[in-house]
Design a protein around this ligand. Structure first.
Ligand SMILES: [Zn+2]
Length: 438
């Protein structure tokens, strides 16, 4: 009897150990099959698609009707250890997909691999990935959080462009380049920390990030390419580090909230259209190292009232085309040429009311500037313009002098008239007295 009881207990225990747990853990296999090259796939009832094998996963265009057939059921993708790369468009348009688990063996991800997976919520890019194609996660509009593992440093063009739900991005301190269009049109992004390791920001990297309200650029940055921050309509101020030796065209073009820009000492030029159509731009601080301001650099900055051109800038071309609020500009003594179209032409001709020139009248003549209706003050200094009150101190002082003169003349005339009046009165009294005495 005792043995029977023990055997029964053991049977129950074995049942509990092996049968019950496996039944509780494993979802049922819905479907399974071969991919290619000995790679297999299994989809379970929890929506987990597991791919096992080694080498490159390539569903091809026609070889994977299974993937298409179960597209709406794949919620979690688990790529097994051994898989080294994912071919172009591997899992694009899988809208039910919520998460992806990458293996440590993965090194390459090709173009559009997860493009338009709108249900994907967060993703961690492993540092084993050394090569990526373009647009890997573009238009994953449900994606809110992105993390790169420390060590990641691959080029990733357009990786998250049009990920409009993205609010949190963690960049690793190993990253050297922010690739072309990497975060373009991520309209949910309000802030991003760019690590000190970054030396390059590619063209369109953050263009169209309409809610990006602050960005801090590291003092290691060497190069920002064309239109990197174009149409960032929430950006209020930006400081460009002195380490920059190349800045592309239209970098901050049409940033409609941008009020303050500081270019730190070390920067040599303002690129063409760099701040054009920044309609709120008011405070511009340029470094003494500046040598060149390119065409249309500040064109259409309709809120700009005053700008001080640093001493080493030698030529000015159409930099201030259509700056219709420009009241005054300071031009340095060292200026060698000033284009007659520097303030625009035809109906967009908007010259400042006051030009404060650091040089002499003879030096002004050398510039060959024509077509001006501004009041020119020679041997002036930037301090001759009061930015706070938007007044030209020289003109204010002159009008004060004029007022003083008018006052003196009035007092003089009044004094003389008074004396004459009193004299006449006294004479009249004397004459009348003499008449009475007779
Ligand atoms: Zn003036």
């Amino acid at each position: 009897m005792k043995i029977k009881t023990v055997l029964l207990a053991l049977t129950l225990l074995l049942f509990a150990l092996f049968f019950l747990p496996t039944k509780a853990q494993a979802a049922e296999v819905v479907a399974t099959g071969d991919v290619s090259n000995g790679m297999t796939w299994t989809l379970d009832s929890d929506g987990v698609l597991t791919i096992n094998g080694s080498g490159k996963f390539n569903r091809g265009s026609t070889q994977a009707p299974w993937l298409k057939a179960f597209e709406d059921q794949v919620k979690h993708l688990v790529l097994g250890e051994g898989i080294t790369s994912l071919a172009s468009n591997s899992f694009d348009d899988h809208n039910a997909l919520v998460s992806v688990t990458f293996p440590r063996s993965l090194t390459h991800i090709d173009d559009y691999a997860f493009s338009n997976c709108t249900g994907l919520q967060s993703v961690t890019i492993p540092n084993t990935v050394t090569k990526t194609g373009r647009d890997i996660f573009e238009r994953c509009t449900g994606l809110t959080s992105v993390t790169f593992e420390e060590g990641f440093c691959a080029d990733a063009p357009s990786m998250f462009s049009y990920c409009t739900g993205l609010t949190s991005v963690t960049l690793p301190s190993s990253l050297k380049r922010i690739s072309q269009s990497m975060f373009s049109d991520c309209t949910g992004l309000s802030h991003i920390d760019i690590p000190d390791s970054v030396t390059y920001i590619g063209s369109y990297a953050f263009s169209g990030c309409k809610n990006l309200s602050s960005i801090s650029l590291p003092g290691t940055l060497k190069h920002i390419d064309d239109k990197a921050f174009e149409d960032c309509d929430s950006l209020v101020s930006v400081t460009l580090p002195g380490s920059l030796d190349r800045v592309g065209a239209f970098t901050f073009h049409s940033c409609n909230a941008l009020e303050t820009v500081v270019l730190e000492e070390g920067i040599l030029y303002v690129s063409d259209n760099m701040f054009s159509a920044c309609t709120k731009l008011k405070n511009v601080s340029l470094p003494s190292t500046l040598l060149l301001i390119e065409y249309w650099a500040f064109a259409g900055c309709t809120s700009l009232t005053f700008i001080q051109i640093p001493e080493n800038v030698a030529f000015l071309k159409e930099a201030f085309y259509g700056c219709s609020s420009l009241q005054a500009i300071y031009l340095p003594k060292g200026l060698k040429g000033l284009s007659s179209t520097v303030f625009g032409w035809f109906y967009r001709y908007a010259p400042p009311r006051h030009i404060l020139f650091g040089g002499s009248p003879a030096e002004w003549e050398q510039l060959g500037y024509e077509n001006g209706s501004s009041k020119i003050h020679y041997n002036a200094s930037p301090a001759d313009y009061d930015i706070e009150t938007n007044t030209c101190r020289i003109c204010a002082a002159k009008s004060m002098q004029l007022a003083n003169r008018v006052f003196t003349v009035v007092i003089g005339v009044a004094g003389v008239a008074g004396v004459a009046l009193i004299g006449t009165g006294v004479c009249l009294v004397i004459v009348l007295k003499k008449k009475k005495a007779q």
